[in-house]
Design a protein around this ligand. Sequence first.
Ligand SMILES: [Zn+2]
Length: 280
Amino acid sequence: MISFSSSFLQRRAALLLTLAVIALSNMSCASGGLNLFPKSEDVSLGQKMSAQIAADPQHYPILNNPALTSYLQSIEDRIVTSPNVANKDFHYKVQIINDPNTVNAFTIPGGGIYVYTGLLKFIDDESALAGVLAHETTHADHRHATRNMSQQYGLQAVAGLALGSNPSIITSAVAGLATNLSVLRFSRDDEREADQGSFDDLNKMPGRPWFPGGVKGFLQKSMASQKSQPGKFDQMFLTHPVDQERIDQVNTNLQKSGLSTATPSQLNQSNYARYKAMLP
Ligand SMILES: [Zn+2]
């Protein structure tokens, strides 16, 4: 039988209590469930992931086109001013991945957004781009990655953080980026929430510079094109399942808000075409 001295047990009990207090003081409950991670961990995890992406040009060839990147960033910066975006202190930095054969975008915790050139070629107007960016913004703003990790691993996931060590869940989440985007693979509930966030972000912006239903055309076109060009959509349908329900949700939102069609200035097609022409 193994015996412990009482002072050891007291220290251990105190440590466990401290861990529980830290976990409880940090957790927040969003509509989709409990998040045990502090917000600072979204930022820290995002920094590790963005470093991993930067060091892996084979999987993530970042496009070096300052004009195009600034254009996307200017739209993102404006979206973040929406009263609907809660975590305005995250670093919403947009980067473009030069892969014309992938129609997708993804977000890392803390606000890093990556858009593939395949998606930029696929869409036709600025409202669709704003809709996609606002969808990705919501994944970060609502902290879906750390919320999912909380649900999957519970207190075990944060225990190591409180001890100052790097829990294996964080290490494997970052390492997994090289081969897949598993930690960024969201549930249908997360997708619904991100679509709703996309609509609300754009709808609550003063003057509605972009059509709040911008993401709808993109979803419809994706569903239709997935059959004719399946390979281009594999990653998107893996990380962002698309179905008729998501399109219906946008339609319901549009009806509720009394919005039917986009104005030409909301679509800003000619401006979008000018930047689209810069794509390699
Ligand atoms: Zn999504």
